[in-house]
Design a protein around this ligand. Structure first.
Ligand code: PRP
Ligand code: ADE
Length: 177
């Protein structure tokens, strides 16, 4: 794997988006620089290549961007966790609270395999509410949570507590303003 890439230099910080008081960490700056995007996938791959993982689950929308190349590189199935009304077939649903609102996630019933060890991937982990909702849907239907992975982590919003006792790995931490 190539040397460390300074992700902070390409992550755009946007004050008061999508609402007053939120500092939005914008990953489009990563996607605009192929070396930065490649570094994210390489590093995520390195963090999980020796683990026992059966599938990658990713959360709409920005989570898909990182999870898809990672799953493909690991040779693992990719499971899409989507917002309400986007998936065909029978779905399981779970509502949750976000840093700036509340939402519902869904997964197709057919995508949850009993005892499958699932790694949950997203672009950014803040309160951990989204990933916790996604993971609890899987757990309630017999799958196992292997851990959580994100590009950006905001530990001051206490995701570690929300996602305990599972391991959480992120590539770039921010500790508040
Ligand atoms: O840890 P949490 O407090 O749950 O927050 C993190 C979630 O919030 C963002 O998604 P958003 O709902 O903005 O959707 P998007 O990916 O469609 O932009 C981000 O992509 C994570 O999924
Ligand atoms: N501060 C933030 N920036 C970008 N995405 C987010 N999702 C939740 N909180 C966020």
């Amino acid at each position: 794997m190539d040397a460390h890439y300074d992700l902070d230099s390409v992550i755009r910080k946007v004050p008061n988006f999508p609402k007053e008081g939120v500092l939005y960490y914008d990953i489009t700056g990563i996607l605009a620089v192929p070396e930065a995007f490649q570094y994210c996938i390489d590093r995520m791959h390195q963090l999980c290549e020796h683990r026992r993982i059966d599938a990658i689950a990713a959360v709409e929308a920005r989570g898909f961007i990182f999870a898809a190349p990672l799953a493909q590189r690991l040779g693992l199935p990719l499971i899409l966790v989507r917002k309400m009304g986007k998936l065909p077939n029978k779905v399981f649903t779970k509502s949750f609270e976000l840093e700036y609102g509340c939402d519902v996630v869904c997964v197709q019933e057919v995508d949850i395999q009993k005892d499958s060890r699932v790694l949950f991937v997203d672009d950014l982990i803040a309160t951990g509410g989204t990933l916790k909702a996604a993971a609890s849907m899987f757990e309630e239907h017999g799958a196992k949570v292997e851990g959580f992975m994100g590009v950006i982590g905001l530990p001051f919003l206490n995701y570690d507590k929300a996602l305990a006792p599972y391991p959480v790995e992120v590539l770039q931490l921010y500790h508040g303003e």
